[in-house]
Design a protein around this ligand. Structure first.
Ligand code: BES
Ligand code: MN
Ligand code: ZN
Length: 483
């Protein structure tokens, strides 16, 4: 999609649709007032009649508006003025764009007022994401990306940054939405390598033989049951000073999670193509960071396996030796994400980064604790966790911290190995999983983001289709912005 600035008046621009904003409880102003004047007060009439209230993300279409060179004027609610932020802009602009994307449209113009760079960036990225659906294998799509977006009153650089963000979030979403017969470790690695090379990143891929040579016994244990070979993809971006410790981003990339011998029931298994969401998030974020040329050093590590059953699959009671040397008793083959991450975190920690952030669709327990829209944060370093929380809040992404009390760690002690891969009973599962991961980061500042809820939407929202959401890509870019 082409994105460019327009300096034309709202009455002069010719477009398939024009979008204006309306802030609750205020008279129309700026371009909205101009559109109102041009249409003989159509907007004010609708406000008076209560059809337009300015409620956040409300979308009202005025068809064939007089006085404008368009067939459709969309008035989108921006909520109350004091609640306008990147989150509300994402929902509002996304809702307007998704409404328009129901049909093919050539040019859509946004005249939403004088916003600062971060708000315009959020608006542009939301529009790009809203037009892209999960219908990638349908002959006729339900959503149609516009040919072109024109944006009025954008500060220098904001449109370009918004476009990079939107495209990066869509890259993550597309990989999550691809079914597991299309995306498996090898094809994920190929596509990640291609996207990364386009963004100017250094690409390294560990195949089965290299993973064996590196003694990644925990990751390889999970992978055994699959006929698909595992991969570890390592991407490097050098944007900062040579001596600046990098930010390491680590992603869980289970391209399909059947549960293994601890087999999932049908209903829990049917969306498990999404279990590589952490790896896809890391890819989206690091390609965005590189394309934005941020002055930081970043390493992205993606552990890619398929968790399957076969005569050679790992079994309950097996003891795996992780790359770090720790032994792990496997008491549930469905607690596989932590086994994959154990070795990837060990590789990351060895690179002496300034901090590690891992992303993983790790536990159903995190969804029970926080609901489906909130990512769980667990950490060994409150300072780093604070930076992640602040970045997420700035982008309008929802996160909440969960505790890392010592007693959660006591639950993963094993009688036959150094640790075991599940806690005692089902309570506190998000935290016992995080305590397991903590065993492999040494003293590196680390924050774990459990995205089991937000990475994949079971139903559409007004501003984004169902399926892969790209949650936390924006947050990671924000963390990198002041690393
Ligand atoms: N991939 C799942 C977690 C998950 C659940 C992601 C729902 C997205 C939506 C993970 O590998 C898993 O199966 N976790 C188990 C852990 C348990 C066996 C300790 C779970 O949450 O039930
Ligand atoms: Mn599992
Ligand atoms: Zn899993």
């Amino acid at each position: 999609m082409k994105v460019s600035r327009t300096d034309e008046l709202i009455t002069a621009i010719s477009a398939a649709a024009i979008v204006v904003g309306y802030t609750a409880d205020t008279p129309p102003e700026g371009p909205t007032a101009e559109a109102d004047a041009a249409t003989n007060g159509a907007i004010s009439k609708l406000i008076e009649a209560g059809e337009i209230t300015g409620k956040a993300a409300e979308v009202v279409s005025i068809l064939a508006p007089a006085g404008l060179q368009t067939t459709q004027l969309v008035v989108v609610g921006l909520g109350p003025a004091d609640s306008l932020d990147r989150g509300s802009v994402t929902r509002a602009i996304g809702s307007a764009a998704k409404h328009l994307a129901a049909k093919e449209r050539s040019r859509v113009a946004f005249f939403v007022g004088d916003w600062d760079g971060p708000l315009v960036e959020a608006g542009v990225s939301a529009a790009i994401c809203a037009c892209q659906g999960q219908d990638i294998h349908r002959e006729t799509n339900k959503l149609h990306p516009f040919d072109e977006i024109r944006w009025s009153g954008a500060p220098e650089g904001a449109l370009e940054a918004g476009q990079v963000l939107g495209e990066s979030v869509n890259l993550t979403r597309r990989l999550v939405n691809e079914p597991a017969n299309y995306i498996f470790p090898q094809t994920f690695a190929e596509q990640a390598g291609a996207a990364a090379a386009d963004a100017g990143l250094e690409v390294e891929v560990w195949d089965q033989a290299k993973l064996e040579a590196e003694r990644c016994g925990s990751l390889l244990g999970v992978s055994r049951g699959s006929t698909r070979e595992p991969r570890l993809v390592i991407l490097r971006y050098h944007g900062g000073a040579a001596d600046q410790p990098p930010l390491a981003l680590v992603g869980k990339g289970v391209t399909f999670d059947s549960g293994g011998y601890s087999l999932k029931p049908n209903d829990s298994m049917k969306t498990m193509k999404c279990d590589m969401g952490g790896a896809a998030t890391v890819l989206g974020a690091i390609t965005a960071i590189a394309r934005l040329k941020l002055p930081v050093n970043v390493i992205g590590l993606m552990g890619l396996v398929e968790n399957m059953v076969s005569g050679d699959a790992f079994k309950l009671g097996d003891v795996l030796t992780a790359r770090s040397g720790k032994t792990i008793e496997v008491l549930n083959t469905d607690a596989e994400g932590r086994l994959v991450l154990a070795d990837v975190l060990d590789v990351a920690a060895e690179m002496k980064p300034g901090g590690i952030i891992d992303l993983a669709t790790l536990t159903g327990a995190c969804c029970v604790a926080l609901g489906l829209d909130v990512a769980g944060l667990m950490t060994n370093d409150e300072e780093l966790r604070g930076r992640v929380s602040a970045a997420a809040a700035a982008c309008g992404e929802l996160t909440w911290e969960l505790p890392m009390f010592d007693h959660f760690g006591e639950q993963i002690r094993s009688d036959v190995a150094d640790i075991k891969n599940i806690g005692e009973g089902r309570w506190g599962g998000a935290m016992t999983a995080a305590k397991f991961l903590e065993e492999f980061v040494g003293d590196t500042p680390w924050t774990h983001i459990d995205i089991a809820g937000p990475a994949f939407l079971d139903s559409a929202k007004s501003w984004i289709d169902a399926g892969g959401s790209g949650a936390m890509v924006r947050t990671l870019v924000e963390v990198a912005r002041d690393w």
